[in-house]
Ligand binder design. Structure first.
Ligand SMILES: Cc1ncc(COP(=O)(O)O)c(C=O)c1O
Length: 465
């Protein structure tokens, strides 16, 4: 096959960009910024950590395509598993019917789920089809469980400041990122917000652990002020992702678990972003030695191939819905609940964790990320380089200290995004927070490219200051 000439490739790129801009409305985008402020990049194919454009350019995926991809793009084993499943059973109603991939995946997830001594393990799996839908399921389950028991005054959720759980109205109600939430506030159920244990907010001289425990004391106060009103606490363990890749000490999670137990409140761990090895362990809860009552999984669940969510629940929760009345059942449903193709992809992804000893290999990769980021920490505008496993993040600030932000009008993060893209690396800063969250298959040369490009992008982006 003759390769396209550069002219033909550029033509294809422009062709798709033009057609896109005529019909698509992109997520999380001010469409007016396309294409002048924000370039639009049509992608023809993916391979490993690379995304290939129609114009022959390639981009290293430094953010795992919105934190979904684990083992690389178009990973052949997952692609083959989906193809096999597609030739067998593509979809079947999951009410009244069942299928092997949904059952096997549930069994394996329950085996892998975080455990806590003297605590009944998570023992039931409810499927949904994206992260936000999974969060809705968990919130509704917690609320409905208390209704079924006649505790109708337990109508409130506690969430953490700076947390994020998705964009549907229930998920937004327990999120605290003003950019996504503010305009819809009149539509949202009123949650209670507890201070974030975010180590970035530590007072001078305070350790990460002390900061976390101070936040836990505030959580205790909040629970005291609302006795018998709260059905669940929802949080992102170890890492508030959309909130700027903010990390906290696991001591917070241990205290939060105790406080939930002491107040008869369910603990919902949203591991949609942190699950499947992102923070170093299979699930972030493991780092605190705790198990939640409800565990929300999505994103990396299918290795990043297909949308799927799983909500794992305890037997106590499950039993609370068994009744002669249909209304006491959990009637929530989505058409594609437990889609066989998505379940097959998830099973193939779990096989890869075993076959390739992914968590062990990630230890080495994470150590390389730390080493390659060390020189960045010395750059003039870089503050608070931090890492949790396969996530490394830092702030761009005026003088390289915490809490000295650039004027938002400068859009330093966006400048860094564009500078990296021009050099063939996809970084997608959250405001002025830059981070690396690459596919686990990233190799040494790619890691070096990521680090060199990040340094160049920082220099270029901050030259405006
Ligand atoms: C922690 C967390 N929860 C929930 C969601 C929502 O998932 P989805 O985008 O699939 O709706 C996200 C998405 O970024 C997330 O990071």
């Amino acid at each position: 096959m003759l390769a396209d000439t550069p002219g033909a490739q550029a033509g294809k790129d422009a062709h798709w960009r033009e057609r896109d801009l005529a019909v698509l409305w992109h997520p999380c985008t001010q469409m007016r910024e396309h294409p002048d402020v924000l370039p639009l990049v049509p992608i023809e194919r993916g391979e490993g950590a690379w995304l290939h454009g129609y114009d022959g350019r390639r981009y290293l995926d430094g953010v795992s395509s919105w934190w979904t991809n684990l083992h690389g793009h178009a990973e052949p084993r997952i692609a083959a598993a989906i193809a096999r499943q597609a030739g067998t059973l593509e979809q079947v109603i999951l009410a009244g019917f069942s299928h092997a991939p949904a059952i096997e995946l549930a069994e394996r997830l329950l085996q892998l789920a975080p455990r806590q001594p003297d605590r009944a393990p998570l023992s039931r799996v409810f499927y949904a089809d994206n992260g936000s839908a999974g969060v809705e399921v968990a919130l509704k389950m917690a609320f409905h469980w208390f209704r079924n028991r006649g505790e109708e005054q337990r109508t409130r959720f506690i969430a953490l400041e700076n947390g994020y759980h998705g964009e549907t109205l229930g998920a937004l109600a327990v999120g605290d990122i003003p950019l996504y939430r503010r305009v819809y506030a009149p539509l949202l159920a009123e949650a209670l917000f507890a201070p974030s244990p975010d180590a970035y907010m530590a007072a001078p001289g305070e350790s990460d652990e002390q900061c976390a425990l101070r936040a836990a004391d505030a959580l205790a106060d909040l629970l005291d002020r609302h006795p018998g009103e709260v059905c669940a606490l929802i949080l992102e363990p170890r890492l508030q992702c959309a909130g700027g890749m903010r990390m906290h000490h696991p001591a917070y999670l241990r205290r939060a678990r105790e406080l939930c137990d002491a107040n008869g409140v369910f603990l919902i761990a949203d591991e949609i972003a942190t699950g499947f090895g992102r923070t170093g362990t299979m699930f972030a809860c493991e780092q605190a030695g705790i198990a939640p009552d409800l565990l929300c999984l999505s994103k990396g669940l299918t290795g990043g191939f297909l949308p799927l969510a799983a909500v794992l629940a305890t037997d106590t929760l499950y039993q609370g819905f068994l009744d002669d009345s249909r209304e006491r059942a959990f009637l929530h449903s989505h058409s594609y609940t437990g889609n066989p193709l998505a379940c097959a992809a998830a099973l193939a992804s779990l096989d890869i964790f075993e076959a390739d000893a992914v968590l062990e290999r990630n230890l080495t990769t994470a150590a390389r990320m730390a080493a390659l980021a060390a020189p960045l920490a010395g750059m003039r505008h870089v503050a608070d380089v931090r890492q949790a496993g396969m996530v490394l993040a830092f702030e761009l600030t005026r003088d390289g200290e915490r809490h000295t932000p650039f004027d938002p009008a400068l859009r330093v993060g966006l400048r860094a995004y564009r500078a990296a893209l021009e050099r063939g690396v996809l970084l997608r800063p959250l405001g002025d927070t830059l981070y690396w969250m690459p596919p686990y298959c990233i190799d040494e040369a790619q890691l070096q490219l990521l680090a060199e490009t990040t340094a160049a992008a920082i220099t270029e982006a901050t030259a405006c200051a």
